[in-house]
Design a protein around this ligand. Structure first.
Ligand SMILES: Cc1ncc(COP(=O)(O)O)c(C=O)c1O
Length: 391
């Protein structure tokens, strides 16, 4: 069968490949600590699960409006008002099955073949993959360690051409944990306004931050009309498998996405949307409890890593990833990743999966396996010391 060429332009995700290998090792009887996926070991709050059960019992399992239940769209607009100071209405929201689908549909609605799209590097691989799949070209701006992983607006201006149509940002960034600073956001916003770019702001981790507050690109002057926020329930509410995300942006973009939803998945499941309303109400403060626990794990894991010779890690400002630099003579980060997985039973991802500047890094997720973080550190130390001793 002849498959359309655009499929060949798409790329996979290193996380899924490592996860598959880790599961194969477990089936063979090996013990593996999973630090490869950005998946919380929490489950949704009990009241969210109860709301889903109740919705099913009440027959809330029907088709519903493509962009989501009106009450959920309104609740999301209010939620973004409270948490990010944004002034949105229900009509600015489209509910999708997962954040990635919101990202995919927004990109489908915005990108033409031949366009150039500014993408962060290192970052979530779907940005460049989808851009290429749509016949456009990703142009990478760096989030380099020498700049504290912050974007450099001057570099972005240099990379822009007449074909540049838009820019993607991810803050807090996966994998570095960087929150784009105020100056960087303002300088990028100025470029976007001057050059009439759209901006996709992936804010999937905006609720998982360790400092005071969070500033959204969509809150800056002149940006609401050109910015679409991608967010959802997977990370903030530990609802990865429930597959519920959303896009928040200008009405004409949401209408374009509605057309794509009608032509693809019709609507997100009704009972999941009803339960999501309960997640947003969050009577037990589950989201904050989880962030407090991630903060504890962040300290424990990053401090532990920095005590191991040959590894170095800056404290992430948000999200739940440690972006660890490997500085071990005679060993590449890829070799360390392999021995961690195959010999020590710790699943992490080699940084190249997030872009070429990740060559010397490993990404560990501390969202899962809290009980085993100490054990993971012991195994990682063992791996680093073993080879340093020249075995
Ligand atoms: C930056 C970023 N955006 C989007 C997603 C996708 O989220 P979802 O599972 O809701 O599709 C992820 C998941 O890892 C992510 O890290």
């Amino acid at each position: 069968m002849r498959i359309a060429a655009r499929i060949g332009a798409l790329g996979g995700e290193a996380a899924m490949q490592v996860f598959a290998r880790a599961q194969a090792l477990e089936r063979a009887g090996r013990s593996v600590i999973h630090m490869e996926l950005g998946e919380p070991d929490f489950h949704p709050a009990l009241e969210v699960v109860a709301a889903a059960h109740a919705a099913l019992s009440l027959g809330r399992d029907r088709y519903c409006p493509p962009c989501g239940l009106p009450e959920l769209r309104a609740a999301l607009a209010a939620h973004l008002g409270r948490s990010r100071g944004l002034n949105l209405k229900a009509e600015n929201l489209a509910v999708t099955s997962g954040c990635k689908l919101a990202l995919f549909l927004a990109m489908l609605a915005l990108i033409e073949p031949g366009d150039e799209v500014l993408c962060p590097e290192p970052s979530f691989p779907a940005y460049s993959s989808i851009t290429r799949g749509l016949g456009a070209a990703p142009v990478f701006y760096r989030l380099g360690e020498e700049r504290g992983f912050q974007p450099d607006a001057a570099e972005i201006a240099r990379l822009a051409t007449a074909r540049t149509r838009g820019l993607i940002l991810c803050s807090p960034n996966n994998p570095t944990g960087t929150i784009y600073g105020r100056d960087a956001l303002a300088a990028i916003a100025q470029l976007a306004r001057e050059r009439d770019w759209w901006v996709i702001a992936d804010e999937v981790y905006a609720r998982i931050v360790y400092g005071p507050g969070y500033e959204s690109m969509a809150g800056l002057g002149g940006m609401p009309e050109r910015t679409v926020i991608i967010d959802g329930f997977s990370k903030s509410y530990a609802m990865t498998g429930w597959r519920l995300g959303f896009a928040a942006g200008p009405r004409e973009l949401i209408e374009a996405m509605e057309m794509l939803i009608v032509n693809s998945f019709t609507c997100a499941p009704e009972f999941i949307q009803v339960a999501a309303l309960e997640a947003l109400r969050d009577p037990s403060q589950h989201a904050a409890v989880m962030v407090a626990e991630y903060a504890r794990r962040r300290e424990l894991f990053v401090q532990g890593i920095n005590r191991i010779p040959g590894l170095r890690c800056a404290l992430p400002e948000g999200a739940f990833y440690a972006w660890v630099k490997v500085e071990a003579p005679g060993r590449t980060a890829e070799q360390v990743q392999q021995s961690l997985l195959e010999d020590a039973g710790v699943a992490a991802i080699h940084g190249r999966g997030f872009g070429p500047s990740g060559e010397a890094y490993l990404r560990f997720s501390f969202a899962g396996g809290a009980a085993r973080l100490e054990e993971a550190l012991t195994r990682i130390r063992g791996t680093m010391e073993n080879r340093a001793g020249g075995d």
